[in-house]
Design a protein around this ligand. Structure first.
Ligand SMILES: Nc1ncnc2c1ncn2[C@@H]1O[C@H](COP(=O)(O)OP(=O)(O)OP(=O)(O)O)[C@@H](O)[C@H]1O
Length: 653
């Protein structure tokens, strides 16, 4: 089964139209253009660095030039005074060269650091706005490689290579000019080596480019493997997978090593080749000079200066080859970084945007179809209505599409067909900010960040006072455990909340949701098992959280949702049954079967002829849950739940 064109286009990435289908040369040009964009704000610094480098490029060839004058015009003639002046000039050139080196290095590093800072900001800003789809496709390790190793490679290029290459090119130009001025015939001898040099440089450049590309790919794989295994170390150890995972790691590590060795291989041939060519040029110069010196057609000073020129001529060439190394890595890294930055963001509604600051009427799913890929429908023809103030539970077997339904409502994924509206406004027409304020989701896996409990609860929102936080924690029933922690609300949560139990994390997520105070609360019930006391605490907290607002609960334990206004039973992506707990039990359909699975004693009682229907006076029902059929049709003002909370819905029962 394939989707229609409209749906399929939703999966096409902008990359297809930008970097993805460009030819290699134009990719390089594109990358350089993008990089120049980052350097542009510092054009003053760049101009300074280029001017200093150009100055250095003029200074360098002055040394052999002065050497020739010293030998031919002063040493040969025994002119001590003249020699002293030349020596002082030589000293001045060396000192100026040193000062230039210092200033140029400082400036180029400054440019590199400033540009890289801006790139990192852009990456993070972009990452925060990317659709969740992107994170499904890209392992965390790979994304981290983009923000660390790739950015570092770019830094190296921006802070040294780019300006160094300009300097080296200028230096080459000045040296050749000086050589021509000194002796054009010897210059041609030196330049005769150039075609071999250029050919081998192009050849090795291409080889190294591919090799560096491979290194980056393998490095990203290695990072992804590490990230996955460090996060999942508990499972590795629980299932005694150490040896097997070690072997897997060994294979990935070996690929990375081999890719690196390949770059070293090309580089280690290239470097001595350049060395050999420069020595050959020096040999040729000496060879051609010998007879001319004997014929007094050439002075010793010219030959000595030429040997120095050759050294200075080949040094930037060799240097340029080193820079290739850095440039190749950086171009490959930039390619990946710009691909990431070109990943299309979720389209934000513009002209048709309808701001929605509160939820008043109903959420409607109308014949909604959805697939994560282009092949498999996960939701089919879903039609559902949730009225303001209702508590709607979604149940179904694992993989039936419950979380997906919520993902659609939160606009984490675009649906392929049908329509989803909140108060009559199509989901895609609601500004993201409004939607996020309206719909609050408490996820199954609670994500906590490194920082204090207080910071995690308020998410750094300064408008939320300590009193409000404490009050919310009290309402949810999280205050008792928080206050027992060392430092209480200032207790520092370790990465991903590793210092807290699953139940405690759930309670914190509830406090966070209460502070966020959304009109529509979505609760993806946690499946992780907690002790009975915490479970009852969580159940009470759930109840308090859902009170006075529209709630959608993805329920795994049917005992928690018996009083929902509506229970929707999903089966393989379609709605199979809808109704209240009693209605669904009376239907004796899928819900009834699910119920019996969780309450086998009911099945046994019925088999034994006990007349009570499963829904009647269920003793397992928590006593503090509200009574059934609480479904106010229209919202009406009620006391605020917390200081600063919006109008909330009364319970009509
Ligand atoms: N990000 C994703 N990419 C591709 N397929 C996905 C993704 N998330 C879920 N699926 C698939 O979609 C289907 C529905 O998943 P969903 O998470 O909505 O089920 P669920 O009813 O919430 O399950 P559970 O009760 O286990 O949480 C499953 O077949 C699942 O494999």
């Amino acid at each position: 089964m394939r989707m229609g064109a409209g749906a399929a286009s939703g999966f096409r990435t902008q990359q297809d139209e930008t970097l993805g289908n460009r030819k290699k040369g134009s990719v390089d040009r594109y990358i350089i253009k993008q990089l120049l964009g980052y350097i542009k704000p510092f054009k003053g610094l760049v101009a300074g660095a280029v001017a200093l480098t150009a100055f250095g490029a003029i200074l360098t060839p002055l040394r052999p030039w002065l050497t020739r004058i010293a030998i031919d015009d002063h040493i040969a003639k025994g002119d001590h005074k003249g020699l002293a002046v030349i020596s002082l000039l030589m000293l001045l050139v060396i000192v100026l060269d040193g000062v230039k080196q210092y200033a140029a290095t400082w400036l180029t590093q400054l440019i590199g650091q400033k540009a890289v800072y801006a790139i990192r900001l852009d990456i993070f800003r972009h990452l925060q706005r990317l659709p969740i789809r992107y994170f499904d496709r890209n392992p965390v390790g790979r994304i981290i490689t983009r923000t660390t190793n790739d950015v570092e490679a770019l830094n190296e290029m921006l802070s040294s290579s780019l300006i160094t290459i300009i300097g080296d090119m200028l230096q080459l130009l000045f040296i050749v000019a000086m050589m021509f001025l000194t002796d054009w015939r010897l210059t041609l001898v030196v330049l005769s080596i150039l075609p071999v040099m250029i050919y081998s440089t192009i050849f090795f450049k291409n080889k190294m480019r591919q090799a560096f590309l491979d290194v980056r790919t393998h490095l990203a794989r290695l990072n992804a493997f590490f990230q996955e295994h460090i996060t999942g170390m508990k499972v590795v150890q629980l299932f005694s997978r150490e040896e097997a995972e070690f072997m897997k790691h060994s294979a990935i590590n070996a690929d990375h090593r081999d890719a690196n060795i390949k770059t070293v291989f090309y580089f280690s041939i290239y470097s001595p080749l350049i060395e050999f060519l420069s020595s050959a040029a020096a040999g040729l110069v000496v060879w051609f000079s010998a007879t001319r010196i004997m014929q007094t057609d050439l002075s010793v000073g010219v030959v000595v200066s030429f040997v120095q020129f050759i050294w200075l001529f080949f040094r930037p060439l060799q240097h340029l080859s080193d820079q290739f190394n850095i440039m190749q890595t950086a171009i490959t890294s930039s390619d990946r970084i710009f691909r990431l930055l070109e990943e299309p963001l979720d389209a934000e509604p513009t002209e048709s945007a309808h701001s929605l600051d509160s939820f008043r009427d109903r959420i409607r799913f109308d014949k909604v179809w959805f697939a994560y890929d282009e092949e498999h429908w996960v939701l089919r023809d879903i039609s559902l209505e949730i009225k303001a103030g209702e508590t709607v539970a979604i149940v179904g077997a694992t993989g039936s599409g419950k979380t997906t339904l919520i993902n659609i409502l939160s606009r984490f994924y675009p649906y392929a067909k049908g329509s989803v509206t909140i108060d009559g406004i199509e989901l895609s027409d609601i500004p993201r900010h409004d939607l996020r304020k309206l719909v609050g989701v408490v996820m199954q896996d609670v994500v906590l960040f490194t920082g204090s409990i207080r910071e995690n609860l308020s998410f750094g929102d300064p408008s939320i006072s300590d009193e409000t936080i404490h009050e919310a924690a009290r309402i949810v029933g999280a205050d008792r455990f928080i206050e027992k922690l060392p430092d209480g609300y200032d207790y520092r949560i370790r990465e991903n909340g590793s210092g807290l139990s699953a139940g405690q994390k759930q309670l914190l997520a509830f406090v966070r949701a209460l502070l966020y105070n959304p009109d529509i609360l979505v609760l993806d019930e946690a499946t992780s098992s907690v002790d009975t006391e915490t479970e009852s605490l969580i159940e009470q907290a759930t109840d308090r959280l859902m009170k006075h607002r529209t709630s959608i609960i993805i329920a795994h334990r049917l005992s928690t949702i018996q009083h929902a206004d509506k229970i929707v039973v999903l089966h393989k992506g379609t709605i199979r049954e809808t109704g209240t707990h009693q209605e669904l039990l009376a239907q004796r359909g899928l819900y009834y079967k699910l119920y019996l699975l969780q309450h086998p004693e009911r099945g046994r009682m019925e088999g034994a002829g006990v007349k009570n229907s499963p829904g009647q006076s269920d003793k397992s029902e928590p006593a503090d849950l509200p009574s059934t059929n609480c479904s106010p049709a229209t919202p009406s003002p009620a006391p605020a739940l917390l200081p600063g909370a919006k109008e909330s819905l009364p319970q009509s029962c």
